[in-house]
Design a protein around this ligand. Structure first.
Ligand code: ACO
Length: 431
């Protein structure tokens, strides 16, 4: 809180609105007492101007393309860290020491199995079920399979049994859902493999074709997960906080976040980008037709993978993913015509006034799908991959929300009512 305030004048009466300041100097009007003081609420659909909480996790400057987790630059983390180190950083506020990392790594191995009874669930989803619906259902059901976790320790502090279990098991659930989807036998987690190596092995190992964990694939996946690990108050994270604010426990709150991420305007965009590129490829590579459709004010079509609510410059994650994309495809010796197409589209769009004037740049999803394809991950698993990456961020925000009395109040927005004011009841016979 600063000592300063803004003056709000409503119908000739003046009110002092306190000003709060972030540690990086951004200022906000503190309207928590506004309704009590003035009888007015604010109207802000889509929360374009609303700060819903105070948070010490992630700093994002959309104008200058800066993203930091706990004060560390995203590029440093993505270049130098393991995903589980970054998860630890988000959860606890500090990078782990060697012994803390060893213990965390051990937790990831210890908790990797899922209760055998959960495996029956996979059998009863209809064929071709979406891996996102399976993931959301299975994560929600962890609440019933591992209920003791809620009671055995303070659930809100850093790395707990509950958070470590979830971080480890989500990989197993994700890989099992893929194996069930393609009708292959399940591959269980191994104690000798890293977090990412284990996931890839559970996805691709087969009894008749053993999978050799490729360090290039592990490193690419590690980087992608880090780049997705948190992004402050986005749609799915705000969902986790909102659901959690009603007193809902961790696993069902995360399940709600997974559902929010599913949408094509959010995490579902990575799969939508590849489908868009495939459509253009099948349409004789006529990308100008689709760029022009996206620019047409009478057409609701959008170029998926472009634009962002907060970034009004190049998304720093997209910059790193674009670079990684070329490196990974070269190292794995994969030729993907979709990469050339994506680069061609970006080149045209970056010189087009429509996109320049609206600050529409590639976002995190534009190139990530091309890397996943090169790793052999099918399109319907892309958003699951995003969920694996975002999980530490969701858990951290759920914990932070509970530790902060102010923001752990139940989330309950107001509305501006536009319906009929009042009318007399009409009985069924008279309607
Ligand atoms: N293609 C063409 N035009 C676009 C695009 C796009 N991808 N995105 C925005 N615009 C235009 C809009 O039509 C609008 O134009 P207008 O001012 O002439 O009406 C203007 O840019 C502003 O768009 P808004 O919808 O107001 O921007 P908002 O911040 O609400 O939306 C969003 C952000 C949802 C990401 C949007 O850019 C979009 O739909 N992009 C495509 C989907 C996508 O890639 N989503 C992934 C986002 S990243 C993530 O969630 C992980």
């Amino acid at each position: 809180m600063t000592n300063q305030s803004a003056q709000l004048i409503i119908e000739g009466k003046s009110y002092d609105i306190p000003i709060v300041e972030s540690t990086t100097g951004e200022r906000a009007l503190d309207i928590r007492q506004l309704l009590k003081q003035t009888g007015y609420i604010t109207f802000d659909s889509g929360y374009m101007n609303t700060g819903s909480c105070q948070s010490a996790v992630t700093y994002l400057d959309g104008k200058n393309g800066i993203l930091r987790y706990r004060g560390y630059d995203i590029e440093d983390l993505a270049t130098n860290c393991l995903f589980i180190e970054v998860a630890y950083l988000l959860l606890t506020g500090e990078l782990p020491t060697q012994s803390e990392l060893e213990k965390f790594r051990h937790d990831m191995i210890r908790f990797a199995l899922i209760h055998e009874d959960m495996i029956h669930f996979f059998d009863h989803f209809p064929p071709n079920s979406s891996p996102m619906s399976i993931l959301s259902t299975m994560v929600g059901s962890l609440h019933d399979f591992y209920p003791e976790m809620d009671l055995d320790e303070d659930p809100y502090g850093g790395v707990t049994t509950m958070t470590a279990r979830l971080l480890s098991k989500i990989r197993t659930i994700a890989a099992f859902s893929y194996k069930k989807n393609i009708g292959h036998p399940l591959v269980y987690p191994r104690a000798d493999l890293s977090y990412c190596g284990n996931f890839l092995n559970m996805m691709f190992d087969r009894p008749n074709m053993p999978y050799k964990v490729d360090p290039i694939a592990v490193s690419a996946l590690n980087k992608l997960l880090i780049l997705h690990a948190d992004h402050e108050q986005n749609c799915s994270t705000s969902t986790v906080r909102l659901v959690g604010s009603a007193g809902v426990r961790l696993y069902p709150s995360i399940s709600a976040g997974i559902s929010a991420l599913w949408g094509p305007l959010h995490g579902g965009a990575n799969a939508a980008v590849v489908r868009m590129l495939e459509t253009i490829q099948a349409d004789n590579m006529d990308y100008m037709k689709y760029i022009n459709k996206a620019k047409d004010p009478n057409d609701s079509y959008r170029l998926t993978g472009f634009g962002h609510r907060v970034y009004k410059t190049y998304d720093p994650r997209a910059k790193l993913i674009k670079q990684a994309c070329t490196e990974v495809l070269n190292s794995l010796n994969v030729q993907d015509p979709l990469l050339d197409l994506a680069q061609e589209i970006e080149h045209v769009v970056s010189n087009d006034d429509y996109f320049i004037s609206r600050n529409l740049y590639p976002n995190v999803d534009f190139y990530s799908g091309i890397i996943y394809r090169a790793l052999g991950i099918p399109t319907n698993m892309f958003t699951v991959m995003f969920a694996l990456g975002r999980l530490p961020g969701w858990i951290t925000h759920w914990q932070e929300m509970h530790m902060d009395k102010e923001s752990s109040r139940i989330g309950r927005p107001r509305q501006v009512y536009t319906g009929v004011v009042s009318r007399p009841f009409v009985s069924l016979e008279d309607r």
